[in-house]
Write a protein that binds this ligand. Structure first.
Ligand SMILES: Cc1cc2nc3c(=O)[nH]c(=O)nc-3n(C[C@H](O)[C@H](O)[C@H](O)COP(=O)(O)O)c2cc1C
Length: 631
């Protein structure tokens, strides 16, 4: 026998010992031995796949992996797979991962998944079972797994990911050999009565920020949202529970941790928990209604007559996220072919009370800016004086989406108007440089007002201007905003007026009351002075105020201005700065920045580091409402 072969066996033993050596003193020698000797059956390698890797790293060598499914792209956010695994059988891909971690591992795969025929074989000799079977797919097999494991006295760990709260249910059938501890019936599983068969999860473990999602799924069906850090949390809890169960130690029945609450400040976490009873009541009501109504007939969403080409769909999704004065979204898009969009104004969405005849063009320009941010292409403005005033303002021919389109979609989605006080952090040099370059490329002039003295001077003049503005017009615009927010559809498409006007930082309901008709009518003057003081304070509490100047006479000028504002804003967002435009809404520029002839003020943006979270929801009209095929 040659020297090498002899060494190989020693090497395996040595490598095996070395591989888990850093467990020592956290995991005792007996525990390590139990892990080595264990056979773990993982039923369902989607959520279950996440427990296999940490168990292998901990020292488990024998696995039985079962799942009939293959990995797909939508699993990448949470399951233990890579791009290369997409399309592959889940247990086979996970088995390769185990062998890559420990070539001595002994892995049996069941690519057909667990069935009533192979269940006994898979269970025989198993020490621990991880139940990751999706109850919407094979409820009866799930029940049988528990029933037969209980008969054999094999502990089963069943994982649930409730939003940000990984929750592990430990059924130690050595101590209580009743499937699901009697909290779910065989009948409900056999007849696929989903919510009934899920009773073993209890409702008090679902966190308050996930209960509304659960209530929505009860009422409307739809896929269950799942997230990576929750699946990882479940793997962490499972791995430790396996150690205790292998040592025959008692564990809790429900092992959980609320990841969201763990990160929140104490008061926010208290509020998060305090919301439980209310959300629970709502969810129970939704569940009762869903049970009364029975299973929902499968609905297919009506197909649009001519679906949007994918490239343009991405583009228009980006355009839809663009900022617009009053969140009016005064745009509509005509599609010429699979690559050409004709943006046009939508006067129905623009307030007549706004006296700037071309005010809508700045916002349409922002939408155009969003499109050129996402795609390479050619913009052809409508020649001056051609076609009717409210027709398409030009055409954008899209060559292809930019290589980093995903990142840019992220920046577009993050960009929001920050009306809170910002940190007075001046812009860093490279961001300032990039913005200057952006303006120079468009022959626009950029003034940057920065530093406490200049900003305070600006704030002072701003207060006076605000107090001298025409209160009647303000009232007219507020009435228009109130009217727009009267319906649920109006609110979800445009938001309500406190979303726009409020920088008070008051909680939603109080802010809405403050901007309500009654309060506004009763306290118009003091509220206007409070708003003006607020605006002045916000100007002082900024890192810098960027003032963009250039020609503003034609539609093309204003479109260019809007596109420039958008690109500047996105550059700031990429660099982690927040911003708020201060022009257009209520139609007056800050007094301290007068226009000079052809070099008029196009846009004003206060910027700095954010001190508050951007609004949780993005209020926009559905894209279908603004798009149609030309002709
Ligand atoms: C041309 C233009 C002018 C704007 N003027 C103001 C303004 O004076 N004050 C303000 O708070 N927001 C202003 N905004 C921001 C809009 O209100 C905001 O974009 C809209 O409500 C959508 O919200 P979002 O930017 O958070 O997505 C303006 C936006 C644009 C495009």
């Amino acid at each position: 026998m040659d020297a090498d072969t002899h060494r190989a066996d020693v090497d395996v033993a040595a490598a095996g010992a070395e591989a888990v050596s850093r467990n020592a003193d956290i995991i005792g020698p007996r525990e390590q031995a139990a892990l080595r000797a264990a056979t773990v059956l993982v039923a369902g390698c989607g959520g279950g796949g996440g427990v296999v890797e940490p168990l292998t790293r901990l020292g488990v060598l024998r696995f039985r992996l079962a799942d009939p499914d293959r990995f797909d792209v939508s699993n990448l956010n949470r399951q233990a797979c890579t791009q290369a695994d997409v399309g592959r059988s889940k247990p086979e891909a996970i088995a390769d991962r185990v062998r890559a971690l420990n070539p001595s591992a002994d892995v049996t795969v069941y690519p057909q998944g667990l069935t009533l025929d192979n269940l006994d074989e898979a269970l025989d000799g198993a020490h621990i079972v991880f139940d990751g079977i999706d109850p919407t797919m094979s409820a009866w097999v799930k029940y049988q797994l528990h029933e037969r494991a209980a008969r054999r006295g094999i502990p089963v760990l069943a994982g649930m990911d409730f939003g940000g709260k990984p929750t592990l249910y430990v059924f130690d059938y050595r101590r209580n050999p009743v499937p699901f501890y009697g909290r779910a019936s065989a009948e409900a599983h056999r007849e696929n009565r989903l919510w009934e068969s899920m009773r073993w999860t209890g409702s008090t473990h679902v966190p308050s920020d996930f209960l509304p999602v659960q209530a929505d799924r009860f009422a409307n069906g739809g896929t269950w949202p799942q997230i990576g850090y929750c699946v990882l949390g479940l793997a962490t809890l499972t791995t430790r529970a396996v150690v205790d169960l292998l040592m025959n130690r008692r564990t809790r029945h429900v092992v959980t941790m609320d990841v969201h609450a763990a990160v929140m400040t104490r008061p926010a976490a208290l509020l998060h928990r305090a919301r439980m009873p209310v959300e629970l009541l709502k969810t129970r009501r939704a569940l009762r209604a869903a049970t009364r109504r029975g299973p929902r007939p499968k609905e297919t969403a009506p197909q649009p007559p001519r679906p949007l080409p994918e490239r343009l769909a991405t583009l228009l999704d980006g355009a839809r996220l663009a900022p617009s004065a009053y969140n009016a979204q005064p745009w509509r898009f005509e599609l010429l072919d699979d690559r050409t969009v004709l943006p046009a104004p939508d006067p129905a969405r623009w307030p007549a009370a706004d006296r700037d005849p071309l005010g809508w063009a700045d916002s349409l320009g922002c939408a155009l800016g969003a499109m050129t941010y996402l795609a390479h292409g050619e913009w052809e403005p409508r020649p001056p004086g051609q076609t009717e005033a409210l027709g398409p303002v030009g055409r954008f021919h899209c060559d292809r989406l930019r290589d980093d389109v995903l990142l840019r979609q992220g920046v577009l989605g993050l960009r929001a108007t920050h009306r809170e006080d910002l940190l007075r952090t001046p812009l860093d040099q490279s961001t300032a440089k990039r913005i200057e370059l952006l303006c120079a490329e468009r022959n626009l002039t950029l003034d940057t007002v920065t530093g406490p003295t200049a900003l305070a001077r600006l704030a002072r003049t701003e207060f006076d201007a605000a107090m001298s503005a025409d209160p009647a017009r303000d009232a007219e615009l507020r009435a228009w905003l109130r009217e727009r927010a009267r319906t649920a559809k109006g609110r979800s498409s445009f938001g309500d007026q406190s979303d726009l006007l409020d920088g008070s930082g008051l909680p939603g309901s109080l802010a809405r009351a403050l901007h309500g008709e009654t309060v506004q009518a009763a306290l118009a003057r003091p509220l206007r002075s409070a708003a003006a003081k607020g605006q002045a304070r916000r100007l002082r509490n900024s890192g810098a105020v960027l003032v963009l100047r250039g020609p503003r006479r034609t539609v093309a000028d204003r479109l260019e201005a809007g596109a420039a504002l958008m690109h500047i804003w996105l550059t700031l967002t990429e660099a982690g700065y927040a911003a708020q435009p201060l022009r257009g809404e209520f139609g007056r520029p800050p007094a301290g920045l007068a226009s000079d002839g052809d070099n008029g003020i196009l846009a004003i943006l206060r910027t700095g580091r954010a001190t508050a979270a951007p609004p949780h929801r993005i209020m926009r009209c559905p894209v279908e409402g603004s798009v149609r095929w030309a002709g």
